[in-house]
Write a protein that binds this ligand. Structure first.
Ligand code: FE2
Length: 275
């Protein structure tokens, strides 16, 4: 086992500075801005809010696994449903098939250094199943409650791994990630599934609450890659600062694991590709 793989197994996460050059981070942010400027809000926008995920699971959300879809901050709209401010600065994220549908995101998601990293972690055969450009804009970027990524990309056995890239410096003030070394050595608490009626529900696997005691702020520089074990509890606080905290995340699964038909995110399995 490589020393990186041993560290990942021990801690449940890896912080790898200088993984991508600043120019690659800027190119991805510019591409996100370009996609946002070409997006036309038609009717009511879809809000993404981790504390209300079953309530905000509309058809637009459920179909986003195969698309490039736009999600707004909960405070982006007034009581009449109109955007309060600039569309770009009201966005929470874009997801969830950027890595397959957009050439710039595709290239970033399948970089030579990521191929090397996935191989050293023994994940060279993993499939990229989801991607998100997370804006966490200044002053409006909302909280992401403590969660485990395997809840949202559930496989049997558990195999989800997240690769989180800081496109800008992430600090306590602008809402960096928080996690505890070794925190992944715990059970998966729930899975987020389709309810068969056009919505979603959380299926409880273990009623024990996720603890945030002992978590550390993962303050990182632009270009850093953070690898996250699917069972590692993590969260981020709202961005109360004047600086955005853009990040790009991709999630992978082991192709030999079972992927249930009622997982919220459904892709044509034959269309999934690796690194
Ligand atoms: Fe997460």
């Amino acid at each position: 086992m490589s020393s990186l793989a041993a560290q990942f197994e021990r801690d449940g996460f890896l912080v790898l500075p200088d993984f991508h050059p600043a120019a690659a981070c800027r190119e991805l942010m510019e591409r996100g801005r370009h996609l946002s400027e070409n997006y036309r809000l038609d009717g009511k926008g879809s809000v993404f809010q981790t504390s209300e995920q079953t309530k905000t699971s509309d058809a637009y959300f459920l179909e986003s696994g195969e698309r490039i879809s736009f999600f707004f901050e909960k405070d982006a709209f007034d009581e009449t449903g109109a955007l309060k401010g600039d569309l770009f600065r009201s966005l929470n994220k874009i997801g969830h098939a950027l890595h397959d549908l957009d050439p710039v995101f595709d290239r970033f998601s399948r970089s030579p250094q990521l191929k090397v990293l996935s191989a050293s972690l023994g994940m060279q055969d993993h499939l990229l199943i989801q991607s998100m450009l997370i804006f966490k804009h200044a002053r409006i970027g909302g909280v992401v409650d403590v969660h485990q990524d395997s809840t949202f990309l559930y496989t049997e056995p558990d195999s989800c791994v997240g690769f989180w890239f800081a496109l800008e410096d992430a600090t306590i003030e602008n809402g960096c990630l928080w996690a505890k070394p070794g925190g992944h050595r715990t059970s998966l608490r729930s899975r987020f599934a389709r309810d068969g009626k056009g919505g979603t529900r959380f299926l409880e696997l273990d009623p024990a609450p996720l603890e945030t005691d002992g978590m550390q702020a993962l303050e990182v520089k632009q270009g850093t890659c953070i690898v996250l074990h699917g069972r590692l509890p993590h969260f981020s606080q709202p961005n109360t600062s004047g600086k955005s905290r853009q990040a790009y995340a991709i999630h992978t699964i082991d192709p030999t694991a079972h992927y249930p038909m009622d997982n919220w995110l459904q892709r044509d399995r034959r269309a999934l590709k690796g690194f």
